[in-house]
Design a protein. Structure first.
Length: 237
């Protein structure tokens, strides 16, 4: 069961603009809906607001903050969550990235980028030869027994509203010791972990340090109302 509030409970949403449903899909994790509200698109999962196209600053910061902390000439990045495409588009616009993989478990979201209106926000990034779209669950990919043993210089993860506010209960495992150990196995030595969150999490910072990450800190992006969006950063030793 989702731990996110119902869309109608979010005080900073523009409830004066009635949403228009553009597509609705049933998938292995429940219902996923693409809606238009005024000039913005939004993704709803099982009746709960996930993200929209209103402001992509923190999603871009997720990518840029990781890149700024890397010294490799052609680093590889894994983006967890395609979402509305802001993070992927920002990565693809940076020629320094040598390899870009994006994990997305919802086939509907991938389709909305390939043939639907979200393609305007991923800005053709899915056609970039450096980009590989992996249709799978992030936790399964990080710790799965499959043949893909690729490692990365940066893991930029945005699959929840934050470590304390997950989309599905199973996602909470990502932020626990076993999940952080799986992340470390996918990161090259000196690699950077960046995790998007709708609010700061002191408990997650503590968990990162306990797991052996270094240089743990948090960047904030001020929003119009409420607490800032943040990017939690850490480095694999």
């Amino acid at each position: 069961m989702s731990l996110l509030p119902d869309v109608s409970d979010l005080p900073d949403r523009d409830q004066q603009q009635p949403p228009v449903t553009l597509d609705r899909r049933e998938g292995p994790y429940g219902e996923v809906v693409l809606r238009r509200r005024g000039g913005d698109l939004e993704i709803i999962a099982n009746g709960c607001f996930l993200m929209d196209t209103a402001d992509g600053r923190s999603e871009r910061l997720l990518i840029q903050a990781a890149l700024d902390r890397l010294t490799a000439e052609r680093p590889a990045v894994l983006i967890g969550g395609l979402g509305v495409g802001f993070s992927l588009a920002h990565a693809a616009a940076e020629p320094r990235w040598g390899r870009i993989a994006v994990v997305e478990r919802e086939e509907a979201i991938i389709d909305w980028h390939r043939t639907g209106p979200l393609g305007a926000f991923s800005a053709g990034a899915l056609d970039d030869p450096r980009v590989a779209v992996l249709h799978t669950d992030l936790l399964a990919y990080l710790d799965g027994p499959g043949t893909d043993t690729a490692t990365y210089d940066a893991l930029c993860l945005d699959i929840d509203n934050g470590p304390d506010w997950t989309v599905t209960e199973s996602n909470s495992g990502l932020y626990r010791p076993d999940g952080l150990a799986a992340i470390q196995r996918r990161l090259n030595p000196g690699g950077v972990l960046a995790v998007w969150s709708a609010q700061p999490s002191a408990a997650f910072e503590q968990a990162l340090r306990a797991a052996g990450f270094a240089e743990v800190h948090t960047l904030e992006v001020t929003v119009a109302r409420g607490v800032p969006d943040v990017v939690h950063l850490a480095r694999r030793v």
